[in-house]
Design a protein around this ligand. Structure first.
Ligand SMILES: C[S@@+](CC[C@H](N)C(=O)[O-])C[C@H]1O[C@@H](n2cnc3c(N)ncnc32)[C@H](O)[C@@H]1O
Length: 219
């Protein structure tokens, strides 16, 4: 991989995909599972909160939370094309002064990124092989809430992901999707002192919100 850790992601999350995601967002708003995660977060209140959106793509979560009272958002993504579109959209919606865009593999750059009240990984963990590092380093930075959207542990979902892996391999793409076990993700999040407080989802996606346990053991 290149020094930034971006080549693999840049090859798949390219300008065309980013533009397509932007058009869909402008026409229909957030995707269904993203909306579910946003609702779980908004139910906990985000007034005055800071946000870290890991693998945030075109910045849907950032924009939506900034609009309802979050004060500042950091979007870290390994795709330069997605970040370019995220910047355009934030500027267009007058939110750029409250957003910071960080380019690169979050696992490599996490030491330079500040903790935030709300940390999100929406359909990101399934793009990354080293689930332990990605989850541990991002959950550690969540001072209040940690929200993820991950593929469900259903055989049909796992089979679909393995088929996708095969297709990428046949096309000689370096990108691979991953079907990380939900229980493993839960354990890695728990290791960082967070407990699940709300869960929902679609047939294919599991949407979970975790909360940091206070020193007195309260969520
Ligand atoms: C499937 S897209 C999801 C984008 C957005 N979160 C959404 O749900 O629309 C996955 C994104 O995660 C990014 N990504 C995956 N692993 C990453 C990592 N380790 N560091 C930074 N970005 C990452 C990719 O570049 C891509 O933009």
């Amino acid at each position: 991989m290149d020094a930034c850790g971006c080549d693999t992601f840049a090859s798949i999350f390219d300008r065309r995909t980013a533009e397509r995601d932007r058009e869909r967002y402008r026409q229909k708003g957030p995707d269904r599972s993203t909306l579910m995660l946003l609702d779980l977060i908004r139910n906990q209140g985000v007034s005055g909160a800071t946000v870290l959106d890991v693998g945030g793509g075109i910045g849907v979560i950032d924009q939506e939370l900034l609009r309802v009272g979050a004060t500042h958002a950091v979007l870290c993504d390994a795709s330069p094309a997605y970040l370019a579109v995220a910047r355009d959209e934030a500027r267009r919606n007058d939110l750029l002064d409250r957003m910071e865009l960080v380019e690169g593999d979050f696992v490599r750059r996490s030491g330079e990124i500040d903790a935030a009240d709300v940390v999100t990984l929406d359909r990101v963990i399934c793009c990354y092989g080293d689930v332990d590092s990605l989850v541990a380093r991002s959950a550690r930075l969540a001072t209040r809430l940690y929200g993820v959207v991950v593929p469900r542990d259903r055989w049909i979902v796992r089979a679909g992901l393995w088929l996708e892996r095969l297709l990428f391999a046949v096309r000689r793409s370096p990108y691979r999707p991953y079907a990380h076990r939900n229980a493993l993700i839960d354990r890695r999040v728990a290791d960082q002192g967070l407990v699940p407080v709300a869960e929902t989802g679609t047939f294919g996606w599991r949407v979970v919100l975790y909360q940091r346990v206070s020193a007195g053991g309260q969520a």
